[in-house]
Design a protein around this ligand. Sequence first.
Ligand SMILES: Cc1ncc(COP(=O)(O)O)c(C=O)c1O
Length: 422
Amino acid sequence: MNAVTSLKSVVHPYTTAPFDLARIRADFPILKLSVNGKPLAYLDNAASAQMSQSVLDRLIQYQTREHANIHRAVHYLSETATAAYEGARKKIQRFINAREEREVIFTRGTTDAVNLVMHGYGRALLGDNDEIIISQLEHHSNIVPWQMLCQEKGCKLRVIPCNDAGELLLDEYERLFNARTKFVAITHVSNALGTVNPVKDMIATAHRHGVPVLVDGAQAAPHLKVDVQDLDCDFYCFSAHKLCGPTGIGILHGKAVHLEKMQPYQGGGDMILSVTFEKTTYNVIPYKFEAGTPPIAAAIGLGAAVDYLNGVGMEHVATWEHQLLEYATRELGQMKGVRMIGTAKDKAAVLSFNVDGVHPHDVGTILNEEGVAVRTGHHCAQPVMQRFGVPATARASFCFYNTLEEVDQLVAGIRRVQKMFA
Ligand SMILES: Cc1ncc(COP(=O)(O)O)c(C=O)c1O
């Protein structure tokens, strides 16, 4: 038993981490910060998680010893950079168990990936009166692009409702299918509520109706073991910065059979095989969708983040975050005047709540004075707020490097909020 584990069993008989939490935390330099004279409790991981020293070191190594533009030269640095960039693609292929490397496309993030599919698949293949199913739990980035498509092409959005716990109503989902249904776009994990949707079953349902499915995995890939072949999704997207990687890079996984027939999202260098003024021949996948110089360092940084997560083990990540969530749910559940929003049976590491009589922004401001970083607002999921009749929530979201003591710091901060507004 290591020192941290034994300390936890004294202070917190509730639970222990499946790894050496002190060592994990030492890998993340930013976690050592103090904010307003208090130790930082960083509980805003659903917005963006922090990078380990290994990821930061990899970025510096790339910039200081390996940088050149990729795919375009035979000199040493270009070949080194290309190998590192393509090596990162390989790591991500293994991380999500994609069938082939060419099914992994580097994008700017989840938003960019959804827009790529909306342009490349939606604009090319959907038309007047075709229907797209999304859910009430979507982030704006999995709503707005489809609305834009509807405006342009005359398609219709159909929305899967959810119950008071924030779980999707699967019978209603099944009833939405008809001969005009052409696409399903659903989130794996709700960023506002933490609900884990049964996407494998939902994909099977859609496939029974011959309809392809895009899964927004922005809040799932950092917390659960994702296997795109097991899910059998047609498209899967996520962002590196929520996965302890850099900003500006993300992934679209698509089945080759779809990617092959899709139109490119953007035109330019690297996405072509040949260009004349009369005609351009597009490159093969994945390059057809990677026009221009990509964020090479960020892609390599994402590869390093995946290495780090593999080292921790996604099963351990999920186990510990679940225990943090259970502990926080129990503690906040005992507080009078605290309402939790999103109480699904299957949840990932997100806890949305409101304090009676206090605006969430005031909750966030006072928690910040206590060194606790939470997000307040509509979390880019206004339809979720409308469903629950609130303008906003405060949201604590956990990462595997968080501790039970940080949950205690959150609880103490909420008590101070209540005292100040009593
Ligand atoms: C569920 C979900 N989808 C999509 C996004 C958009 O991600 P990005 O801003 O990295 O493109 C987010 C970001 O919070 C999210 O939580």
